[in-house]
Design a protein around this ligand. Structure first.
Ligand code: FE2
Length: 213
């Protein structure tokens, strides 16, 4: 597979990071709606939740291993800016246990009740606050510091690390999004990746009917 994105650095950032944030928000809406309707235990909801957890793990791994180290090198000796990636890592670490609580209530054989709604609300609140914080501070900082060559290197490393996840990542990002956002995201991908998504990845993803109840 070709490198995800090798063009302008803002496109790289958008394709790999901001678009995933929007997909997390969409899935949080779906999760909250399913649990509020008492359908947190439905098979397609569970499958949607499992995919959300996988995507979140991949996304945080990419940021913690590939993005923040580059930012940390660039801000060495500047404590105020160096605190930003440290805050992002700490927020990532806090979200894990909240996801585990959602897991526990969704797999509980007892009827879904207020505990599920509360666990999802806590997870959603923490993830949403983190996404906002990252978009307001850490991602603009990264965009201001990293040169295009560093973004290209990051994209190449991400490809090596995440290539196996692309057949799920690409259709997950464009699932249900507005046509303009969809075409902006797909256009930023290399042609062969876009073609594979159209003929194989997206049809396969749709058949799974994630979140449908
Ligand atoms: Fe992020």
């Amino acid at each position: 597979m070709g490198t995800f994105v090798v063009r302008p650095r803002d496109t790289t950032c958008h394709a790999l990071l901001y678009a995933a944030h929007d997909a997390f928000r969409r899935d949080l809406d779906r999760l909250a709606a399913a649990v509020a309707a008492g359908k947190g235990g439905a098979a397609h909801v569970r499958a949607g939740w499992d995919n959300l957890k996988d995507q979140l793990r991949l996304h945080h791994d990419l940021e913690d291993r590939l993005l923040w180290p580059r930012v940390e090198r660039a801000v060495a000796g500047r404590p105020a800016e160096a605190a930003v990636p440290a805050q992002m890592r700490a927020e990532h670490a806090r979200i894990g246990p909240l996801a585990a609580r959602v897991d526990a209530v969704l797999t509980d054989p007892a009827p879904v009740d207020g505990r599920a709604v509360a666990a999802v609300a806590a997870f959603r609140e923490a993830l949403e606050a983190h996404l906002r914080h990252e978009e307001a501070t850490a991602l603009p900082l990264a965009e201001s510091l990293l040169e295009p060559a560093e973004w290209r290197a990051l994209a190449a490393e991400a490809e090596g690390r995440c290539a196996a996840g692309a057949p799920l990542f690409v259709p997950w990002v464009v699932d249900g999004i507005a046509p303009v956002a969809r075409s902006r995201f797909l256009t930023a991908l290399p042609g062969p990746v876009r073609d594979r998504n159209r003929v194989a990845w997206e049809p396969r993803y749709r058949k799974r009917r994630l979140w449908s109840t």
